[in-house]
Design a protein around this ligand. Structure first.
Ligand code: 13P
Length: 267
């Protein structure tokens, strides 16, 4: 049974006051981890420390949105994995579509980051996802295969114990156009099959695959849709952007996850 993970990617949002208020509201709501759901927030680098203090002692975990793979040294503007560990991060996101497509990070660079972060003992959320034109050209599975193959190259099955995959179709990120539960389930199933064929069935069964892209819970309909998404057998949580910036909405997504876990539809 895979525990659901509901993760908030705050992207380049918040200031110190709003970041700590948001983190504080979540920490207050979740002093203890719900039975079935893990909770994670990934604030911008400058707010990792104040957010860590705000969530201290609660069930909310801390992650970073990016890191550099090299040991500390002459890499102006970069943040080392050791620094993340030093400020209490247990998680790091690698390969987010904005890093791939806006900041131009290559498959090769992302592979170095995945390998280095796993070697440091961090939990890695490795993001994959196709662009709209690739989906329309029926290339979704090829794109996912390529991103998995290149991103995880050289990683042993043992190394992947701390890997979480996030399927984030680029066309669904920040657009309000969420993948349907059927589209998400189909991509997640494909990713799990990739893990089974490239590694083994046990690893594929244990690896969590999150969905990201316009996951919302702003009204009853969105809550229901998020619940149904999280009920899909191969959807093991969500990586949430915009809706993770509002404590009430993020809490509603966590609650949808709790309900989905109780319904027991996940593998
Ligand atoms: P939105 O939820 O804002 O679409 O962002 C998704 C995302 O990119 C999470 O990493």
């Amino acid at each position: 049974m895979r525990r659901l993970l509901i993760a908030g990617n705050w992207k380049m949002n918040t200031l110190r006051e709003t970041a700590t208020a948001l983190a504080g509201a979540l920490a207050e709501a979740y002093p203890q981890e719900p039975d079935s759901v893990e909770i994670l927030v990934c604030p911008p680098f400058p707010y990792l420390l104040p957010v860590r203090d705000a969530i201290d002692g609660s069930a909310v975990q801390l992650g970073a949105q990016n890191a550099y793979h090299e040991a500390p040294g002459a890499y102006t503007g970069e943040v080392a994995l050791d620094m993340l560990l030093d400020v209490g991060c247990r998680w790091v996101i690698v390969g987010h579509s904005e890093r791939r497509h806006v900041l131009g990070e290559s498959d090769e660079l992302l592979n170095k980051k995945v390998q280095a972060a796993l070697a440091k003992g961090l939990n890695v959320i490795y993001c994959v996802g196709e662009k709209l034109e690739q989906r329309e050209a029926d290339q979704t599975e090829q794109v996912l295969d390529h991103q998995m193959e290149t991103g995880l190259a050289g990683c042993s099955g043992d190394a992947l114990a701390k890997l979480v995959v996030a399927y984030e179709p680029v066309w669904a990120i920040g657009t309000g156009v969420r993948a349907t539960k059927e589209q998400a389930e189909s991509a997640h199933k494909h990713l799990r099959e990739w893990l089974a064929s490239r590694y083994n069935a046990e690893l594929a069964e244990q690896t969590r695959i999150l969905y990201g892209g316009s996951v919302k819970a702003g009204d009853d309909q969105q809550k229901q849709e998020t619940y149904e998404l999280l009920c899909q057998p191969n959807v093991d949580g969500a990586l949430v952007g915009g809706a993770s910036l509002k404590a009430e909405e993020f809490k509603a997504i966590i609650e949808a996850g709790e309900r989905a876990a109780q319904a027991g539809t996940n593998a």
